[in-house]
Design a protein around this ligand. Structure first.
Ligand SMILES: *[C@@H]1O[C@H](CO)[C@@H](O)[C@H](O)[C@H]1NC(C)=O
Length: 253
């Protein structure tokens, strides 16, 4: 049953037979990334005691500091996962710490596509699509328009997530600005989002990165932490991206 295949196995079976122009998978190791971004007291550590598949996972931690005004990324970074016109699959498994505090709700980003637009004078690193939690609700978005006139289309309350268990996210996207793109997302094999015939990125041809990790964006964007859980941990495993997976139907995953 295809549903039971791990993402890495699916890549082995389907990915190599397709005309994949870019493909990678990571089994929860700190090696193999283009960069690792951990700001302030944040950490990114390879562990063996909490894993989804195989023998390793990545543990991302962020720690709130009321005297710090910067951002709170703890992410691994893979360069060049999409450009406008591409179609791709992107997946990862994540696990929130068992006592993750969902309430009061605040935004915690868990994955994003991003590129450096400093040369435009309108922005610096701009995320296009992001995947985040508000309370126990899963959110995502696409970015449209131009770097100097950005529009955000947000997809709210896509699904409910739980703490202390592994979840699997898969995104399939056709990155277009002519109104013919699509953006789909699965949580644990259930399709939670399908948007067809939309713009899914901004009018620009540069390569975007795929980053997974804990980015406690609410702490910065809201001007402080809500609630009392100033140390947050998320584990990641089975992180992958590919362009085409032959005739594999992700609805069956
Ligand atoms: C897509 O973007 C283009 C260029 O910005 C715009 O002209 C068009 O109206 C958009 N189409 C949709 C369906 O949003």
């Amino acid at each position: 049953m295809i549903l039971k295949l791990s993402w890495a196995t699916a890549i082995l079976i389907f990915g190599l037979s397709a005309q994949a122009t870019q493909i990678f998978s990571n089994t929860g190791t700190t090696s193999g990334w283009d960069s690792i971004n951990h700001e302030h007291k944040g950490t990114v550590v390879q562990v063996t005691n909490v894993v989804d598949q195989g023998s390793t996972a990545l543990k991302m931690t962020q720690t709130y500091d009321s005297s710090y005004s910067g951002r709170y990324h703890s992410e691994v970074v893979k360069n060049n996962v999409y450009k406008r016109g591409d179609t791709g699959f992107y997946g990862f498994a994540f696990r929130l710490q068992e006592n993750w505090q969902f309430s009061p709700a605040q935004s915690y980003n868990i994955a994003q596509f991003i590129a450096d637009f400093s040369d435009t004078g309108c922005d610096d690193y701009m995320p296009s699509s992001m995947v985040w939690l508000v309370g126990n609700q899963l959110y995502s978005r696409v970015k449209q328009g131009t770097i100097c006139a950005q529009k955000t289309q947000t997809f709210s309350n896509l699904a409910t997530v739980s703490a202390g268990v592994w979840h699997k996210i898969v995104i399939q996207a056709s990155w277009k600005t002519d109104g013919t793109g699509y953006y789909k997302m699965w949580l644990d094999g259930n399709k939670v989002l399908e948007q067809d015939d939309i713009n899914t990125t901004i009018e620009d041809d540069r390569a975007f990165q795929f980053r997974v990790g804990l980015y406690a964006n609410g702490w910065h964007d809201d001007g402080g932490m809500k609630g009392t859980q100033g140390t947050r941990q998320i584990w990641y495993d089975e992180i992958a991206a590919g362009t085409t997976f032959a005739d594999a139907d992700p609805d069956q995953w």
